[in-house]
Each structure stands twice: as C-alpha cells, then as structure tokens.
Design a protein around this ligand. Structure first.
Ligand code: G3P
Ligand code: MG
Length: 337
C-alpha cells in the first residue's frame, strides 16, 4: 500500500502535541541511521519537508556542540534540524546560573570547554589543563610520568566546583584528578589538610549506565563512570559523594526544559493551539521510559496542587485519539523496532 494520507495537522489544525525523540538506539546506532526513523520523519513532515509538529531531540549524549548534533541529524534524517531542537545531557545547565561565575573543573569528551562557555560558565578548567599544571598527579599510566621534575605551579586558580558532562576518554586520569580536587577542596597542588566535607559542589549529566551504539550489546555510559567515582570516593573517605544536581534523562529538569523548547517552537511557527501532550520515544527503560513517567507524575501532582489552590484546570482535547493519530502513525515504524 502507498503512504497513508496525511491527516491531523496537515488539515490546517495546529498541533496540540509535541515529540521528544531519543537519539542513540532509536534514530541512530553509532553512525548508522535506523531506516524506520527516516520514514517516521517523512510522515511527520509536509510536502515541503517542514515538520508538522514540534519536535525536540532529547539525548543523553554530551560530547559535541548542539550545532554539530543538529547537522548530524539533518543529514541522517533528511530534514532541517536546528540547534534549538537539540537537548544534550548538559543543555539544562544553562539554567543553573548560580554556578556560572565559579571556577569549575569540567570533565567529558569533545569540545568540553566550548560547551561549558556556551552554557554560561565563566571560568573553566579542563582535566587536561589540570594535568599539565600538576603533572605529578596522573600516575596510573607509567608512560605519562614526567621525565624531569617540573617547577611547581603557583598560579593555578582554586577550583570551586566540578561539572561532569559525560564519560571521559582516559577514565583513570579523570577519576584520579577529580578525586584529588574533591579531597583538596580545589587546590590539588597544596599540602593535604584532612578531608573537606561537605565536598565541593558536583554537577553531573547523563546517568545512563549503558547505551546502544553499533555493537550488539550495550556499551558503558557515563552512569558507569559515575559509579566508579562514587565508589572510589566512598572507599577513600568513608563518606557519600553527593551531587548538587543530576541532569539529563530521567531528571525532571531535563523534561521541563524539553517542554519549554517544544512550546517555544510551536509559538515560533505560529501554531496557536496550546500543546497539551508530549510523546516521548526512547529505548532505555531506566532513562527514557522512567524519565517520561517521572515527569508525567510530576505534572499530575503540580496540576493537582493547582486545582487544590483553586486554579482552573486546562481543558483536555475533545478526542485525543483522533487528534494525535498522526503521531502514532508516524512513530509506529520506530516503535516496533
Ligand atoms: O552517551 C550517549 C548515551 O548515554 C545515550 O544517548 O541518545 O540514547 O539518550 P541517547
Ligand atoms: Mg537511547
């Protein structure tokens, strides 16, 4: 049979729902695009290739700029994706402005410094810069030991917080240096003076223990790295490593941000109907499914509080099944994968 007739939004009615699409394991596997994903987006687009509903790409990846991910997706899906449609694991950190003036150590992969500055952080130190300033700290790989003793660094800034974007490349180096920073209260070159506790604020993004790339079995994610860090900290200090914030899916703050971007997109398109529902498509039960349910419950209790406070409830769609048929039709090819 030919492609189904376009319905819903194509009939001139503005969309009352939006989509949150996970990327890895749903739209792509490593560098390979999932063929059903292209078809789903063809169905979600009009004849001119423009999306008929607001869409946000919600990934726990954080090793690139939003612009780069948007370019990658445009190419993979055959449509124009803008950076404003992409939420990386660390994107909501732009809302954490109280940390932006602090000097922070940022760990992860890819353009970590540029990402941190784009999010609003003013004073950024990378693991590499810290390693260069204090070359005696990184000793696991013997081949990286300095041949000659370097002169001591005296002008390195005191670190006031740690931001973990995603899994780094050399885990042993990052684990050692992050622990050093926490144990030295941000001055790993100084003489140790007991264990500072509470430790410096730690903001972590992407709790995925595992994720799907090209391999048949899932790969270690940043959640596995965090597990190592937490356990080392506990073993060394006897105390818990506590996060100031954990963001990325399944955290509510990430879904809040996604909803905000969906509504902003609908507004920019001039779609007048209020967005009443969000459909989240994902592959990770602990991240995508748990996160969507968590946000749903959060919204329900917020609505309940409003009703209790005497605020008028937003009327629900008359017939959501019919109204959202385009959504289900567009995604059923991905959902059965
Ligand atoms: O590092 C990427 C991974 O943890 C998950 O990506 O797109 O499935 O949220 P995604
Ligand atoms: Mg995924």
């Amino acid at each position: 049979p030919g492609p189904p007739a376009r319905r819903g939004c194509a009939e001139g009615r503005p969309p009352a729902f939006g989509f949150l699409f996970d990327i890895d394991g749903v739209l792509v596997r490593g560098s390979q695009v999932v063929p059903a994903a292209r078809e789903a987006f063809r169905r979600l687009s009009d004849a001119g290739g423009r999306l008929r509903v607001p869409v946000v790409f919600l990934t726990n990846a954080g090793n690139c700029l939003r612009e780069a991910k948007a370019r990658e997706l445009s190419q993979a899906l055959g449509l124009q994706v803008s950076p404003e449609q992409v939420i990386l694991s660390h994107s909501p950190l732009r809302l954490f402005s109280q940390f932006h003036p602090k000097c922070v150590l940022v760990a992860g992969q890819g353009p970590v410094e540029e990402n941190a500055r784009n999010l609003g952080f003013k004073h950024v130190v990378t693991i590499e810069a810290l390693r260069k300033a204090y070359p005696l700290l990184d000793m696991v790989d013997q081949s990286r030991r300095p041949k000659e003793l370097p002169p001591p660094t005296t002008d390195f800034p005191t670190i006031e917080g740690v931001v973990l974007f995603g899994e780094p490349v050399r885990w042993e180096t990052s684990l050692q240096l992050i622990i050093d920073v926490l144990l030295s209260n941000g001055n790993p070159g100084a003489e140790p003076e007991g264990i500072p506790y509470p430790h410096l604020p730690v903001l972590a993004c992407n709790m995925d223990l595992l994720w799907m790339a090209e391999a048949k079995m899932p790969r270690f994610g940043h959640g596995t790295f965090l597990l190592c860090l937490e356990n080392i900290y506990k073993k060394v200090t006897g105390r818990e490593l506590k996060y100031e914030a954990l963001i990325g899916k399944p955290s509510t703050v990430t879904y809040h941000y996604a909803e905000y971007l969906i509504k902003e997109q609908a507004e920019k398109q001039g779609w007048k109907a209020p967005i009443r529902r969000l459909y989240a498509v994902g592959d990770n039960p602990m991240s995508d499914v748990y996160g969507a349910n968590l946000y749903n419950n959060y919204l329900k209790s917020a609505q309940q509080n409003q009703v209790e406070a005497g605020v008028k409830r937003i009327p629900q769609a008359a017939n959501p099944q019919t109204e959202d048929r385009v959504a289900v039709e567009s995604c059923e090819s991905i959902l059965v994968c």
